[in-house]
Design a protein around this ligand. Structure first.
Ligand SMILES: Nc1nc2c(ncn2[C@@H]2O[C@H](COP(=O)(O)OP(=O)(O)OP(=O)(O)O)[C@@H](O)[C@H]2O)c(=O)[nH]1
Ligand SMILES: [Mg+2]
Length: 443
């Protein structure tokens, strides 16, 4: 992309800090770099200069470091100037205003990364990983985002595309020269290639699903009769006093949300009002919300008191869960149970003593589908998994075409489109808008 304009933004987070960074990108910034530092001689590329930043009247704004990256050897592929001043909002605003005076305009969210993408410094999956790394909240999420950023995901997609292109060439060759009795394309040969591709797509989709889980986490709802200890369990699982606990049934009314990382996977827990028939309108409204939370959840922990076991009310509740929703029966208050009561099936815990809580966490991971195996997990998005699923279904369709070579070729073309949409070779503008508008400004 030949972009004529110069963009600038504060790249560091707002607030007080030792250092704050402004980043500027544009086609030709040597003159800009010289002027912002009071007409110093144009800096050499990649040289760090200690300078005084000055305003239009020559008055100092701040002093700090100036680094000039000459395109294309820069993040965006254009000239980039980085100004490192003191990390105060006011000082950075003054410096940014000076950049605008010198002809820059404010960058849109993600615009630096968008330019890097247009200038082929990174592909689309890597650009998304930049945003994911910035948003990462756990070590595991950060590590997997870095893997995507450094191209581990993209390389696997490219490897698949290469295999696919080779197969397509052979098939298209047969179509073009069909009168020459081409025999280099055996039927079993095609079947083998397709099945190899299918296996590879499945493996990649498996890893992408893990990455997706790391990124988006799992909505988990705690439901059950009043007073069974749902709020106590929320507190025990998150190891924080999020929810009010009392021995009065009907304590929780509003939904209480708290997140916890288990092996780096974010679980977004929702504690709910205990479900029962009640004349209390506030409690009724709370129970209404419980069902709304259930409808939005990925999985449910159905909590019961171990001393009563599963009651009629619990069975009713279980029957009302959305069909196919993964759920686990959790029998709480194990510390109060007799040996006979402990015998029952399901997960036995005590929110009070902590018994069974780590097993419950392991179970949550399993229910969420966390199964990283030995392959390093890379960060992935819904969009990537959908693309892999699309690729998969076209591969299967290709396998059903038999000798209809033209139909087979068409299916394989669609497989390639799906795969290439991950790395962004075929990406409509609205998709790019959607992805980059979610970035923070300055990246
Ligand atoms: N001994 C014992 N008491 C518990 C345990 N878990 C919860 N309790 C007690 O049970 C009572 C109810 O606990 P809550 O966590 O408020 O129960 P809840 O299911 O959230 O109740 P509602 O919000 O009314 O639906 C409180 O007095 C808790 O201290 C446990 O594992 N052992
Ligand atoms: Mg409660």
């Amino acid at each position: 992309m030949a972009s004529a304009d110069v963009i600038a933004a504060i790249a560091t987070a707002p607030g007080r800090a030792g250092v704050g960074v402004i980043r500027v990108s544009g086609p030709s910034l040597a003159g800009f770099a010289s002027r912002i530092a009071g007409d110093i001689p144009p800096p050499r590329a990649r040289q760090v200069r200690h300078v005084r930043f000055v305003d239009g009247q020559g008055e100092p704004i701040d002093e700090g470091l100036l680094i000039y990256f000459q395109g294309p050897a820069s993040f965006t592929g254009e000239d980039v100037v980085e100004l490192q001043g003191h990390g105060s909002d006011a000082a950075l605003r003054l410096l940014l205003a000076r950049c605008l005076e010198l002809g820059a305009r404010l960058a849109q969210p993600g615009e630096f990364t968008l330019r890097a993408y247009f200038n082929h410094k990174i592909d689309l999956a890597q650009a998304e990983a930049v945003a994911d790394l910035i948003a990462a909240e756990s070590n595991a999420a950060a590590r997997s985002a870095v893997r995507s950023l450094t191209g581990q995901f993209s390389r696997q997609v490219h490897a698949l595309v290469e295999q696919l292109v080779e197969l397509r060439l052979r098939i298209e060759g047969c179509i073009d020269f069909s009168d020459e009795a081409v025999d280099f394309l055996g039927q079993t040969d095609v079947e083998e290639s397709l099945s190899r591709l299918l296996t590879a797509v499945d493996r990649l989709a498996g890893t992408a699903t893990q990455g997706l889980l790391l990124r988006s986490g799992c909505q988990t709802v705690l439901i059950g009769a009043p007073n069974v200890g749902k709020s106590s369990l929320l507190n025990a699982i998150t190891e924080e006093d999020h929810a009010l606990v009392t021995d009065i049934p009907g304590t929780t009314r509003d939904l209480i949300r708290a997140s916890v990382f288990i092996e780096g996977v974010p679980f977004h827990m929702v504690d709910t009002a205990g479900i029962r028939e009640t004349a209390d309108v506030v409690e009724q409204a709370g129970i209404e919300r419980t069902w709304q939370a259930v409808a939005q959840a990925d999985l449910a922990l159905v909590v019961a008191d171990i001393r009563t076991g599963l009651t009629e009310a619990d069975r009713y509740l279980l029957a009302r869960l959305p069909q196919g929703m993964p759920h686990e029966l959790v029998f709480n208050k194990a510390d109060l149970a007799s040996p006979a009561q402990r015998e029952q099936a399901g997960t036995v815990v005590s929110a009070t003593t902590g018994e069974g809580i780590s097993e419950l966490k392991r179970q949550l991971l399993q229910m969420a589908g966390w199964n990283p195996g030995t392959e390093p997990v890379f960060m992935a998005r819904e969009r990537h998994r959908d693309a892999l699923m699309r690729a998969r279904s076209h591969l299967e369709a290709a396998g059903r075409q038999g000798n209809a070579l033209e139909l087979l070729a068409e299916e394989l073309r669609l497989v390639q489109n799906a795969l290439s949409s991950i790395t962004g070779e075929f990406s409509p503008d609205d998709l790019l808008g959607e992805i980059f508008s979610r970035f923070c400004i300055g990246k």
